[in-house]
Design a protein around this ligand. Structure first.
Ligand SMILES: [Zn+2]
Length: 366
């Protein structure tokens, strides 16, 4: 039995579900913090779990370069290596090869590239990506895809999507079935509904445990992202989880859940935490701003996180101005708590059948 998806409630197109993995249950809709290089930056695993998170994302690209997938496997797998007992989803490495590696060459077999760390040469094929994710011990493995730059002409997007679909087939074939573990395919096709639908049909034909929508949040804008979801999501199987990759801002999450998405990841809450930006119920707050220097109030009085419970805006402002590590830690803690609470509020609203009202109120407040 691979990763199981239980549907608990529906409200319009929004879904309240549960992913049952080898490392525990994950309530959906869910936001997955980025555990890029085997760590959610500026957080202890205990702190991540304290926000309510039960799944994090690991990056194949970073981990294959350093410390190496075989080394992590020999040390007991990624869960033990990073002391995270809950679920892990790993990406395929494709996106970061495209965005970080130098001198990459894409061919039918796969992609060759040079490490951004020391320039050494690597090859990432669908088979190698799946093998790495197996060595890491990912509960959810992602198929290798090519990420088409935006904007690209229809013809280029089509060729890229078709290559990704051939890689999806090879990824699926290379995946070793284990109880509680699954593999997701990734719908590509840029902003073109015809290509998205062809991609979805091909993946469904192969038969994945879940379906991701990839290639978005790369500059196309929220309206276009939602238009792609409107065209794509209805074509995906009802009984499988749907994952929107790399998105996004709080309002993006609400709009995507309304369109039937179950899973998200994004660098925003963690990266913003390291640049003094906080997501709050009153909107985005930049703590570098001088107006916080004398403010004894908490960052977000409704937030239960340690940063809001014990510290003032003035102190957080001071830490960020002074470049203190604790500033990054507290704000990352807060931002992950904000995202976790937002997802939890959406789950409750779906259960109560009041998601449309929740979304409308959220839009007004934002
Ligand atoms: Zn907080």
């Amino acid at each position: 039995m691979s990763v199981r998806f239980e549907m608990l409630a529906r409200d319009g197109a929004a879904r309240r579900g549960r992913l049952v993995t080898a490392h525990g249950d994950v309530e959906t809709p869910v936001f997955m913090p980025l555990g890029t290089a085997g760590t959610v930056k500026a957080m202890t695993p205990e702190g991540v779990a304290a926000t309510g998170a039960r799944i994090v994302l690991g990056n194949t690209y970073h981990l294959m370069l350093r410390p190496g997938a075989e080394r992590i496997a020999a040390l007991g797998g990624l869960h033990r290596f990073m002391n995270w007992p809950h679920a892990i989803l790993t990406d395929s490495g494709g996106f970061q090869v495209m965005s970080l590696a130098s001198r990459r060459t894409i061919a039918e077999a796969g992609v060759t590239f040079r490490s951004h760390l020391d320039g050494s040469l690597y090859e990432l094929t669908p088979e190698r990506s799946i093998a790495i994710q197996h060595l890491l011990g990912a509960d959810i493995t992602m198929a290798l895809d090519e990420c088409t730059p935006y904007p690209s002409p229809h013809e280029a997007v089509e060729g890229s999507m078709e290559l990704s679909m051939r890689w999806a087939e090879r990824s699926h074939r290379a995946f070793v079935e284990r109880p509680g573990h699954g593999i997701f395919g990734i719908v590509q096709g840029g902003v073109h509904p015809d290509l998205r639908l062809r991609s979805a049909a091909k993946l469904i034909d192969i038969g994945f445990d879940g379906y991701a929508v990839g290639g978005l949040a790369i500059g196309e804008g929220q309206e276009t992202t939602f238009a792609v979801l409107d065209a794509t999501v209805p074509a995906l199987p009802e009984d499988r989880p749907r994952y929107l990759m790399g998105v996004g801002k709080p309002a993006d999450l609400v709009g995507a859940v309304m369109r039937g998405i179950d899973m998200f990841d994004c660098v925003l809450p963690t990266r913003s935490g390291r640049t003094a930006q906080a997501f709050t119920r009153g909107g985005v707050v930049n703590l570098r701003n001088a107006r916080h220097a004398d403010d004894p109030a908490p960052l977000d009085p409704e937030c239960p996180c340690p940063a809001c419970a014990g510290y003032s805006r003035a102190y957080l402002h001071h830490l960020s101005r002074a470049g203190e590590i604790l500033g990054s830690m507290l704000l990352t803690m807060h931002n992950l708590q904000y995202y976790a609470d937002l997802m939890s509020a959406m789950r409750s609203a779906i259960e109560a059948g009041s998601f449309a009202a929740f979304a409308a109120a959220f839009e007004t407040a934002a």
